[in-house]
Design a protein. Sequence first.
Length: 642
Amino acid sequence: MPDRPKTPLLDQVRIPADLKRLSDAQLSQLAAELRSETIAAVSETGGHLGAGLGVVELTVALHAVFDAPRDRIIWDVGHQAYPHKILTGRRDRIRTLRRKGGLSGFTKRSESPYDPFGAGHSSTSISAALGFAVARDLGGAPEHGIGDAIAVIGDGAMSAGLAYEAMNNAGHLGKRLIVILNDNEMSIAEPVGAMSSYLSRLYAGAPFQELKAAAKGAVSLLPEPLQMGAKRAKEMLKGMTIGGTLFEELGFSYVGPIDGHDMEQLLAILRTVKERATGPMLIHAITKKGKGYRPAESASDRGHATATFDVLTGKQKKAPSNAPSYTSVFANALLKEAAEDDRIVAVTAAMPDGTGLKLFEQRYPSRCFDVGIAEQHAVTFCAGLAAGGLRPFCAIYSTFLQRGYDQVVHDVAVQRLPVRFAIDRAGLVGADGATHAGAYDIAFMANLPGMVVMAAADEAELVHMVATAAAHDEGPIAFRYPRGEGVGVELPERGEVLEIGRGRIVREGGRVALLSFGTRLEEVRKAAETLSDKGISPTIADARFAKPLDRELILTLAAEHEALITIEEGAVGGFGSHVAQLLADEGAFDRGLKFRSMVLPDIFIDQASMEEMYRVAGLSAADVVAKALETLGVAEIRGRRA
């Protein structure tokens, strides 16, 4: 077992109420111990490290001043909440983080009463906190009551429109609501956009560092005799720096900027706000992502997400791979297409590293756009680029593309604009769990008229699909690919343009046809070998397209086989449903075809290893074998699944 840090004060804390017994000096010491414990725990589990390290002091101060769980502390995104979990009765399980049966990597209502609102995606905290504030004032939750509603939101999350929609409504309603802007000049990548520049100007001026909060935004919180002098100081400062004008115009009292690592300052401000605030308040705290751990502070992403690592060196313990990641295959394939076509541009929503577009940005900086955490804008921006004659690739994780679906429908699909959607992290994602699983993109993209939907069976197929998307100008087109490494096939120098709506036969056989869509094809191959050993030699086909379907291929498989089974790593309503509709329309079931569709189960699958997730989902090779035998009416081998 790795050496554990010595944490005498933290050892006395079981729940946040235990912090009330500690002096301010002890709270500072507790923060140091909490930082050490967070580093030690994540070194064993992997996960989101930098964000949590940046809010250690803020976490301690919040729980020391407020009274959770009655006071609802809502952590935006949730990956900054590891220290919060340690202080709220979950320290004994913190080393189960992101593992099957263990703690979620995000806040989760079913996990603890101290997690009042789940958060896997960003920018939701202010809306949720406002909901709690209104519920409080209207007598909601009478059995235990609701106290203060506190949203902790990062500066990166403030690039999303949802945050401003919430602030606009909060300012209008005037409810007592506390928003803490955790400003570390980072989201996942470097910050982008006008909002980031605005925040930078807010804390660039020396007067704010010297006068801190009082003269700037907390005038109404001061004792009456001091308010007039503070108001004069505030007016004087208006001519010296830009101030918190934007937030004040939205109806918030603005306090800051303050040092988010100064326990004395944090405690003083939070106590004053708790005692005196009446309406919406915004506290602007300057923090440092990765604070207190040099390897995280020096990393380009400030230790955003890590594998397990050595605490002394920070070196990550990643298993070697013989195959490139799908993300890097996409990025390199796109570079080759862009070299031949200067109309190709790339757009991402705050994920240049995660989507591989950092490489594109380095090669073609004027043709690459990171719009911040703003998926809706990213999609409509791409629609405008396409309408303007360019060939945009919109690279967004499947789970995040959900946030821009209205724009996919109205701004892209209805207008038949040739936006290319590169859908990364399609399917299950392991330790990030249900909030980040790309389960629904097949269903929500393939039901749109004119949308072409592809899925790569391996990394070579992904290269071909990038080329196909680049050449497709007749309307929108999407291609999906999973997280992680490919299967190790040889990559073509450059992709070939595939015929739209045409699949391929991978293996000829009889009785049962296995029709795969996407990267479960390797498991299908394994299943076919097992079935062959049992005297059943199946046909294997790679659909390539969920929209439009390869009608000829599917109807031929249906006519020439006793059974047809589709396999996909997506939710019900996707590829298999489209195939079933085609077969029903063509009367294939009337002719006695046995049809089954293997999809993700109708549940949210919690964090686990990929292998464990596939077992839960029923999409392993053994599951394909069992499904084929059951469909054909062949008995299973005694004592174990065939």
